[in-house]
Design a protein around this ligand. Structure first.
Ligand SMILES: CC(C)(COP(=O)(O)OP(=O)(O)OC[C@H]1O[C@@H](n2cnc3c(N)ncnc32)[C@H](O)[C@@H]1OP(=O)(O)O)[C@@H](O)C(=O)NCCC(=O)NCCS
Ligand SMILES: CC(=O)OP(=O)(O)O
Length: 360
C-alpha cells in the first residue's frame, strides 16, 4: 500500500494499491483507535465475505475507474460499468488502472432493453409513462443503472461523482422504492472519531422532516448503525434538553421521540436533547441525570437538513474527522450517492458500504 497525503484532505490516506497487511497489523494492535485505515480494511473484509456486484454508471470519471481498480485488485466486489467497452477499457489502460475483471454493459444492448423498457413503463404507469418514454429515460445512465439493480443484474449502485444528488437518487426512489416499514429514504454519515464511530442523520436528503418522518429517520439510522458495528444509543437533537427550552421546533422533536419509541420500543432513545448533554457525561449529569442515553449517545438525529448538513460539515472540517457517507437507508436495494468532490478513497468506501448493504 502507498499513502498519498492530499492537500484537500491532509489527514485521509488514499489507497492506490493492494493493502499491505503488515501495516494494518500495527493499527489493529491498538483496537481502540479507529482510524480511517482500519475502518476501510474492516469494511473491505466484510464486503468480501459475501461478494456482491456493484454498478458504476460513471466510467467517464477517472476517480471512479481508479476506485474500481482498487476494489477489483483487493477482491472486494464485482464491478459493472455501463458504456462502450472499448472506450472504457482503453481509458483505464492508458491511466494504469486494472479493470480487466469488470463487466461492461452496452446501454443499447437489446438483451437488457427488452426487459427494462416494459418494466420501467409498468412501474411508472400511474405517472402515465409509455414504453417510448421509458426507452428515452433509459438513455440516462442513472436510470439504466438503477434498473440494473431493480432487475437483479446488479446488487447495488454507486453514482454521483458527476451527477447531482437529485439526479442520482430520484431514480432509486421511483424504481427501487422505499422499504415497507418506512415512509422515506434518508441518510447517515459515519463520523470516524479517534476512539469511536458516531452516526449522524439525516444530513443529506430530507429538508424539513415531519415528526413521523423524523421517527422513521431515527429507526432507520439505528438499523444502519447496527449494520456497521455501532450499538445505538440515540439522541434526537434540539436546542432543548427535556423541557429546558420551548417552542414549536422542540414540540416537533418531543413528538418524533414519542413516535420513534412507539415504532421500536427496544431502542435506547432520548429526545429532545442538546448535543452537549447527549455527548458529554459531565454536562449530562447536570442537564439530564436520569437519562440512559445522555452523555453516552452515539447516534445523533438532527431535526432538519439545515442542522444536519451544517452540523456534520462543521465537525468534519473543524476537527479533521473523516465523514463516511452519505449512506442511504430505507431503500429496498442499496443505492449510494457520492459528493461531486469525492476523493478516490471516498468512492472505494462507498462501493464497499454498498456491497455490505446488499448482503443478506
Ligand atoms: C431528495 C430530493 C432531491 C428529492 O427531490 P424532490 O424535488 O423532493 O423530488 P420530487 O418531489 O420531484 O420527488 C421525486 C420522487 O421521489 C420521491 N421522493 C422524494 N423524496 C423522497 C424520500 N425522501 N424518500 C422516498 N421517496 C422520495 C417522490 O415521492 C417522487 O416520487 P414519484 O416521482 O414516484 O412521485 C430533495 O428532497 C432534495 O433536494 N433534498 C436535499 C438534497 C441536498 O441538497 N442535500 C445536501 C447535499 S447532499
Ligand atoms: C452530502 C453533501 O453535503 O454533499 P455535497 O458536499 O456534495 O453537497
Amino acid at each position: 500500500m502507498r499513502e498519498e497525503i492530499t492537500a484537500d484532505h491532509p489527514e485521509v490516506p488514499v489507497f492506490t494499491d493492494r493493502i499491505d497487511e503488515s501495516i494494518l497489523e500495527v493499527f489493529k494492535q491498538k483496537p481502540t483507535i479507529r482510524t480511517p485505515l482500519v475502518f476501510q480494511s474492516e469494511l473491505m473484509e466484510r464486503a468480501r465475505v459475501q461478494r456482491r456486484r456493484i454498478v458504476l454508471p460513471e466510467a467517464d470519471d477517472d476517480r471512479v475507474l481508479q476506485a474500481a481498480s482498487i476494489i477489483l485488485t483487493n477482491d472486494v466486489s464485482d464491478i459493472v460499468f455501463i458504456g462502450d467497452e472499448k472506450t472504457i477499457r482503453e481509458r483505464a489502460n492508458n491511466r494504469g488502472y486494472n479493470i480487466d475483471d469488470a463487466l461492461i454493459v452496452d446501454p443499447a444492448d437489446p438483451a437488457y432493453l427488452s426487459r427494462y423498457v416494459p418494466e420501467l413503463a409498468r412501474l411508472r404507469a400511474k405517472k402515465g409513462m409509455t414504453e417510448e418514454q421509458a426507452a428515452e429515460k433509459l438513455k440516462d445512465l442513472s436510470y439504466f443503472a438503477t434498473m440494473m439493480v431493480h432487475m437483479g443484474d446488479a446488487d447495488g449502485m454507486v453514482s454521483g461523482a458527476n451527477h447531482t444528488t437529485a439526479e442520482t437518487i430520484i431514480p432509486s426512489f421511483q424504481i427501487i422504492k422505499t422499504k415497507p416499514d418506512t415512509s422515506i429514504v434518508s441518510s447517515v454519515f459515519l463520523m470516524l472519531m479517534a476512539d469511536r464511530v458516531l452516526v449522524y442523520g439525516d444530513c443529506a436528503v430530507n429538508t424539513n422532516p415531519t415528526p413521523a418522518q423524523l421517527a422513521d429517520i431515527t429507526v432507520s439510522s439505528a438499523e444502519t448503525a447496527i449494520q456497521f458495528g455501532v450499538d445505538p444509543r440515540i439522541a434526537l437533537l434540539s436546542y432543548s434538553s427535556g423541557a429546558s427550552g420551548t417552542g414549536a421546533d422542540v414540540e416537533a422533536v418531543v413528538e418524533a421521540t414519542r413516535l420513534a419509541r412507539e415504532k421500536n420500543p427496544d431502542l435506547l432513545i432520548e429526545g429532545p436533547i442538546q448535543y452537549d448533554a447527549a455527548v458529554d457525561p459531565n454536562v449530562a449529569r447536570k442537564k439530564m441525570p436520569d437519562s440512559p442515553v445522555a452523555g453516552r449517545a452515539n447516534v445523533f438525529i438532527f431535526p432538519s437538513l439545515n442542522a444536519g448538513n451544517i452540523g456534520y460539515k462543521a465537525v468534519q472540517r473543524s476537527s479533521g474527522v473523516v465523514a463516511v457517507g452519505p449512506i442511504l437507508q430505507g431503500l429496498n436495494k442499496p443505492v449510494n450517492d457520492l459528493s461531486r468532490g469525492a476523493l478516490v478513497d471516498d468512492i472505494v468506501n462507498t462501493i464497499a458500504i454498498t456491497a455490505v448493504q446488499a448482503q443478506n
